[in-house]
Design a protein around this ligand. Structure first.
Ligand SMILES: Nc1ncnc2c1ncn2[C@@H]1O[C@H](COP(=O)(O)OP(=O)(O)OP(=O)(O)O)[C@@H](O)[C@H]1O
Ligand SMILES: O=P(O)(O)OC[C@H]1O[C@](O)(CO)[C@@H](O)[C@@H]1O
Ligand SMILES: [Mg+2]
Length: 555
């Protein structure tokens, strides 16, 4: 399916400001009437001065800027209620759908959309689409009202159920047309938002009086532009319970290792924040920092050292970490995908457990105490719980921002906070890049300074060495002709550094990124250290533009 992900509207403001605006229903239906926002007469809201947002109110994408480069800055349209709305409340037929994986807070968002539409705008026809996108065309809807959703925020999951795959744009829009729906609220991750954009485009093509509003959901926190996704804080908090258990297990044994796997397909945010919050973690592995096991600077060396020093350790690994290494070592090149086309991951937790156990059995056969490794996989437990208090409040704001936008005729947007202010962001802007942990940022440095873990700088060199040895062995055993370039390339010396400019993670080109830091660096051999602490300085590659997520990173 090819969808045009070009941002809809770029508006140039005075002074060189650039507003990345969202579509509005009058873009294709210019003669629609407007109505006074009923919130003007609402007992709660009418009392609040400056409750309404001006049409010219915008939010800056970046708040930390270079004083000499302030013109040409990017802005998004500020979210919130408008004076005028484009839907008569009694004519609104709204529907809500949840797609993709679970995330704490889904039910809260559903509840708040229903209650917000009902109590603030007087909307009475609200439907739930059951089971994700495919529910539009193969399931009946359910009626939603404040009574039905009253308690749902106390439960994990989604009362509407969810699914992957099944996005058939024309069937979905047929169903929207047939049911007379004119507001579509779509809650889901990057895939879901792409689907929402396709539905929006189809509605425009058919000249329908329909607005599509996206509410971003991802436990991995990998949606770009917005500050943070709902449910993320809850997930980090819940992950502490698993880390605590791992720590207790590890401390209670000689050579005890507690290994915890957390979610994070491409982005290691949960692992990173759970590590920073816990302070019991000795090693945090994330997809953005490829690691290796053997040799100098490798994982085994560090584990050896840590067990020697303290007798126990805790490792936190994001599910997407080390995928290339595991695939190579298992000779697995299946490239299996889920119904939405997302790659199915190899189990890094199991793989790491097995490898650590066999390494220690071989390397230390005479250890008085053998390795005691406990592997905890709380991934689904972490995402299946209800959202915590702060996520609940956040979900309310998201839901309210979405309904204000839809009532005001805005569409094709993803709603979310940018620098703590809620905005309407054009969907293409949100889905065109994925958000990753910026390992050149100070937050990752904080983690490294806490764990003192290896930087795995020699990753690329080690992988090349492995491939070379493997190819030679295979060729020898089969007495095959060894490719010339393999014989020619000399064995890699252990002190050789890893060039950081062209490593490829998850299919995307990555470049070395080192943000200038006031901290001076000194170099010792092939590794760099913070002079004050002697802790290694990470120079691992990360995907994307080094300054892309500047705002969302370290305060
Ligand atoms: N490019 C696309 N165009 C249209 N629909 C899409 C696209 N990508 C994904 N979808 C649909 O969006 C829905 C959710 O996608 P996906 O399973 O990738 O989850 P997600 O929204 O990214 O959430 P999660 O964070 O859990 O992965 C699926 O029904 C899928 O078919
Ligand atoms: O097993 P499922 O439902 O496909 O979900 C697993 C995936 O969903 C996510 O939580 C994203 O929502 C990923 O972290 C994880 O890989
Ligand atoms: Mg996704």
């Amino acid at each position: 399916m090819s969808i045009d992900f070009v941002p809809a509207k770029i508006v140039k403001g005075a002074g060189g400001a650039i507003l990345e605006d969202v579509p509005h229903i009058t873009d294709w239906l210019p003669d629609l009437p407007t109505y006074t926002n009923p919130l003007k007469y609402h007992p709660a809201y009418a009392a609040v001065r400056q409750y309404f947002v001006e049409e010219s109110d915008v939010v800056a994408k970046d708040v930390v800027v270079n004083v000499n480069r302030t013109s040409g800055a990017t802005y998004f349209r500020r979210a919130g209620p408008r004076d005028k709305i484009y839907f008569k409340p009694e004519d609104v037929k709204a529907c809500i759908v949840t797609c993709g994986g679970l995330c704490p807070g889904l039910n809260t968002v559903i509840r708040e959309i229903v209650c917000g539409l009902w109590t603030q705008y007087g909307v009475r026809e609200i439907f739930g689409i059951i089971g994700g996108y495919r529910g539009f065309y193969c399931r009946n809807t359910i009626d939603l009202n404040p009574k039905v959703v009253n308690d749902i925020h106390k439960r994990g999951g989604t009362i509407l159920c969810t699914s992957r795959g099944g996005h058939e744009t024309s069937k979905i829009v047929d169903s929207i047309e047939d049911r007379g729906i004119n507001q579509v609220y779509i809650i889901g991750g990057d895939g879901t938002q792409k689907g929402a954009w396709a539905i929006h485009k189809e509605c425009v093509k058919r000249n329908l009086e329909v607005v599509v509003a996206g509410i971003p959901k991802t436990i991995d926190n990998d949606i770009d532009i917005i500050d943070k996704s709902f449910g993320f804080d809850t997930a980090v908090e819940e992950a502490q319970r698993a880390i605590n258990a791992a720590h207790v297990e590890a401390c209670s044994a000689q050579n005890g290792i507690g290994l915890v796997k957390l979610m994070g397909r491409y982005s290691g945010y949960i692992a990173m924040y759970a590590t920073l919050a816990s302070r019991d973690v000795d090693l945090c592995l994330i997809p953005e920092v490829p690691f290796y096991l053997e040799g100098p600077g490798g994982l085994y060396e560090f584990v050896d050292q840590r067990l020697h020093e303290s007798g126990h350790m805790v490792i936190v690994v994001a599910e997407g970490a080390g995928q290339e290494l595991i695939a190579e070592s298992m000779g697995s090149h299946d490239n299996l995908v889920d119904p939405s086309g997302n790659p199915l991951l190899l189990d890094v937790g199991l793989w790491l457990s097995q490898n650590l156990k066999s390494y220690f059995a071989k390397a230390h056969p005479t250890y008085k105490e053998p390795l005691t490794l406990k592997y905890i996989d709380p991934t689904y437990m972490v995402r299946a719980i209800p959202s915590n208090a702060s996520d609940n409040v956040y979900c309310t704001l998201l839901a309210h921002s979405a309904i204000h936008g839809a009532m005001a005729g805005y569409c094709g947007f993803t709603v979310g906070p940018v620098n703590n202010r809620h905005c309407y962001i054009p969907i293409p802007r949100v889905v065109s890049t994925q958000r990753h942990v910026n390992v050149a940022d100070r937050m990752w440095a904080r983690l490294l300074s806490g764990t003192n873990q290896p930087d795995f700088l020699r990753y690329k060199v080690v992988m090349e060495e492995r491939r070379r040895t493997k190819a030679l062995k295979q060729a020898e055993s089969k007495e095959e002709h060894v490719p010339k370039q393999i014989l020619k390339s000399p064995p890699v010396s252990p002190s050789q550094t890893c060039p950081l400019t062209d490593v490829d993670i998850n299919g995307s080109n990555v470049t070395k990124q080192m943000k200038d830091d006031s901290t001076a660096r000194i170099s010792t051999g092939d590794r760099q250290f913070f002079p004050a602490t002697g802790y290694p300085l990470v120079t691992s590659p990360v995907p994307g533009d080094p300054t892309a997520n500047f705002n969302q990173e370290t305060p």
